[in-house]
Design a protein around this ligand. Structure first.
Ligand code: 5GP
Length: 217
């Protein structure tokens, strides 16, 4: 392949990849592996929130922790792609890093639940690819939650109840991965992302390329 063609093929619009799942289905592991495999091509969207950091959470890595005043200002100045109130706190997706990434041919991955996915679909349906991760069984999901030593029995019971509500939204997603085996699930994820990147509408270089072909280039 001509080197020039390789350069042209970098001119694509990035994807917004939403990965949702019930807690314990492997979403965080899949997200981490995907980011490790694609350090130059995929970034993780970091949300802004008005809640206080939990022990171990780091500013700019887990969230941007902001005051309610700053959050209101971000809404007023249209700096958030979407935002929601969850219990007593506000959460939102900063618009700037997402738009810069998409224009720079990078994909952005969002670790949000079904409500966040719906909001992102309203804000940017054309750029969005929605993927839902299911566990192979509810027993398996519970075992994975129990294996996380840090969670109390009460937390596990609450998460299992929330899982069923989250799973009920599976049909709102473009793709569903049943995560029975991590390697197989990763392969499915790679194929989805590769196919979505290949879509004609995202291949901004194709128009000029075809024009050069037909004009004897
Ligand atoms: P937590 O406080 O446990 O980190 O998150 C609470 C909830 O807020 C989760 O359900 C999470 O999916 C949601 N959340 C986190 N960031 C965002 C965001 O940027 N937008 C929306 N709509 N929800 C978010």
């Amino acid at each position: 392949m001509k080197p020039q063609l390789e350069e042209l093929k970098c001119q694509r619009r990035g994807l917004m990849i939403v990965l949702s799942s019930p807690s314990g289905a492997g979403k965080t592991t899949l997200t981490r592996k995907l980011l490790e495999e694609n350090p130059a091509d995929i970034i993780l969207s970091i949300s802004a929130t008005t809640r206080h950091p939990r022990p171990g959470e780091i500013e700019g890595i887990d969230y941007y922790f902001v005051s309610k005043t700053d959050f209101s200002r971000m809404i007023e100045t249209d700096d958030l792609l979407e935002h929601a109130r969850v219990f007593d706190h506000f959460y939102g997706t900063p618009r700037g890093p997402v738009e810069a990434a998409l224009e720079g041919a990078k994909d952005v991955i969002f670790d949000v639940d079904w409500q966040g996915a719906q909001q992102l679909a309203q804000a940017a349906a054309d750029d969005l690819v929605k993927i839902f991760v299911l566990p192979p069984s509810m027993v398996d999901l519970e075992n994975r939650l129990k294996a996380r030593a840090q969670d109390s029995a009460e937390t596990i019971a609450r998460r299992m109840a929330k899982s069923e509500a989250e799973i009920s939204h599976w049909a709102e997603y473009d793709y569903v991965i049943v995560n029975a085996d991590l390697d197989a699930a990763m392969n499915e994820l790679r194929v989805i992302i590769m196919s979505e990147r290949m879509k004609r509408k995202r291949q901004l270089w194709l128009g000029p390329f075809v024009r050069s072909l037909t004009q004897g280039g």
